[in-house]
Design a protein around this ligand. Sequence first.
Ligand SMILES: [Zn+2]
Length: 161
Amino acid sequence: MAARRAGPNSVKLNRTYDVAELAARLGVHKNTVRHWQRDGLKPLDSGRPVLFHGATVRAFLSSRSASRKSPCPPGTLYCFKCRSPRSPALGMVDYIPINATGGNVRAICAACETVMHRRAAKASLATILPGCDVQIAQAPPRLKGSPSPSLNCDLERQATI
Ligand SMILES: [Zn+2]
């Protein structure tokens, strides 16, 4: 896991920051700041170096974390490509147990066919994915990884496109 990031409140409202300053202030990589800019973080103006106003940065980050925290409605998983909760294609879901009570849910996005993942307690499957056809994958007792490596590779490749 990444080191704990400083919260948006470490950005001063009445200051402007260039990309490097903002990255240092928030403990993120400069590329992360550039991603934010592409995702809608507005710079002060079109001048160089690119400067961001502290208040704008805070508003951007808090709206982002709010949308990130929003739980997926029942019957959906979060699709990182669509950036929204999506229904599994054909209502088909794989559940891969990690331990006795919890595991990963995997499904294909009905909209863009990206593989979606979601952590779930086994007991909650019927609640979070009502009406879905949940296939419980058998966890191999000693081997690490998937019981069907070739299928897994295909899915991984799709996930990174
Ligand atoms: Zn999608």
